[in-house]
Design a protein around this ligand. Structure first.
Ligand SMILES: *[C@@H]1O[C@H](CO)[C@@H](O)[C@H](O)[C@H]1NC(C)=O
Ligand SMILES: *[C@@H]1O[C@H](CO)[C@@H](O)[C@H](O)[C@H]1NC(C)=O
Ligand SMILES: *[C@@H]1O[C@H](CO)[C@@H](O)[C@H](O)[C@H]1NC(C)=O
Ligand SMILES: *[C@@H]1O[C@H](CO)[C@@H](O)[C@H](O)[C@H]1NC(C)=O
Ligand SMILES: *[C@@H]1O[C@H](CO)[C@@H](O)[C@H](O)[C@H]1NC(C)=O
Ligand SMILES: *[C@@H]1O[C@H](CO)[C@@H](O)[C@H](O)[C@H]1NC(C)=O
Length: 306
């Protein structure tokens, strides 16, 4: 059994490795006028992440989505047109147009605007869309001479969909009013918003999982001195992660980084599944599906379910 699995994963690895050799030539950036279609992709500088079109087969529909893939844990970590799937095979194209608008176009439908940057006032800067090694896809204004970032106008990290990567935030930006929260997928192969949501409660200093709006699970209070949560195993989490909570007049949020001595070379990613579990692939932070309204084990909230 284990040998079989190892063989399968080796084969998958070889397939992915060869795909990546091919994709190595790809760029990480779209310039104004550039397009990306289903036979091309953007690849981050180190090759860790790629942006491409992915088709999910779900019941009677085959839907095409703009997606970001984590090469080290082959699954999509972000979806660009989550609420507006493009029915396959109508071929979708991602374009950064000359007005600095990043949009998806497809046959027989209105363009789906992802984000837009204002016209540059300085002739020596330009707007480009870049996939970073963190997995963040950004629309930025850069210095045309040395490529350095002048301003970030939009970033995919502000819209976590089902997967929470190091450097993403959960919380609130008081200046813009933007809420960083995430929701699970609808089903395993349907990225539309699902039943479970995860957010940061800035007053209670805790993470919260709700199902259809009803509170099911909390992490318990975050203790700044030890950087731990009441209901998340400190031994397990401290081995892998460095949790941070930032609270000031501009923003209140939770974020994390992976600790340097984590020997696994997997890029960490936390997933909130459509079943209600919140895990990093090997460690479960929460099993919200087990919170039946009666038990209070591991952060379950009493009286909330049904
Ligand atoms: C994608 O674009 C390239 C270059 O413009 C073109 O050769 C190719 O046929 C396109 N692929 C699809 C599936 O439209
Ligand atoms: C969806 O894709 C599957 C597998 O490629 C194919 O068999 C099926 O006919 C497609 N369905 C539609 C509605 O396009
Ligand atoms: C850019 O904006 C101008 C003015 O709104 C419009 O006329 C033009 O069609 C736009 N160009 C593109 C490529 O969308
Ligand atoms: C463009 O930026 C450079 C460097 O910041 C500055 O010296 C120059 O005056 C700017 N030009 C315009 C038209 O704003
Ligand atoms: C762009 O970079 C060059 C070289 O570093 C610098 O001389 C110039 O002032 C920069 N321009 C802007 C608009 O920042
Ligand atoms: C944890 O993150 C904080 C904030 O980013 C940083 O100041 C600190 O040095 C990090 N600690 C470790 C052990 O990596």
């Amino acid at each position: 059994m284990a040998t079989g699995l190892m063989m399968i994963s080796s084969i998958i690895f070889i397939i992915f490795a060869s795909l990546w050799t091919y994709h190595d030539a790809a760029s990480d950036t779209l310039k104004p006028g550039d397009t990306l279609n289903s036979s091309s992709s953007l690849v981050s500088a180190s090759g860790k992440f790629s942006l491409y079109f992915y088709v999910y087969i779900d019941g009677s529909n085959n839907n095409s989505y703009l997606a970001i893939l984590n090469k080290e844990a082959p699954n999509n970590v972000w979806i660009g047109n989550r609420d507006t799937p493009i029915v396959y095979p109508s071929s979708a194209v991602l374009t950064l147009d000359w007005n600095n608008t990043l949009k998806l176009t497809h046959q027989g439908g209105d363009p789906i605007v992802i984000s837009s940057a204002p016209q540059t006032s300085n002739i020596s800067t330009s707007v480009v869309a870049t996939l970073l090694d963190s997995g963040n896809f950004i629309l930025q204004e850069v210095n045309s001479t040395d490529g350095s970032t002048k301003q970030v106008w939009w970033q995919s990290f502000d819209y976590p969909f089902g997967t929470f990567l190091p450097g993403m935030k959960l919380g609130i930006n008081h200046k813009s009013g933007h809420l960083w929260s995430m929701s699970s997928w609808a089903t395993y192969n349907n990225p539309m918003p699902g039943p479970f949501t995860l957010d940061w409660d800035p007053n209670g200093h805790q993470l919260q999982i709700r199902r259809q709006g009803v509170l099911y699970w909390t992490s318990g209070v975050f203790t700044s001195s030890s950087k731990t949560f009441e209901f998340i195993s400190a031994e397990e989490s401290k081995l892998r992660y460095n949790f941070s909570v930032v609270s000031n007049e501009n923003e209140d949020y939770f974020t994390y980084t992976a600790v340097d001595h984590d020997q696994s070379d997997q890029k960490p990613q936390w997933v909130l599944t459509f079943m209600g579990s919140f895990h990093d692939g090997s460690f479960n932070f929460a099993q919200a599906e087990d919170c039946d309204g009666y038990n209070t084990v591991g952060g379950c909230v009493r009286g909330s379910a049904k």
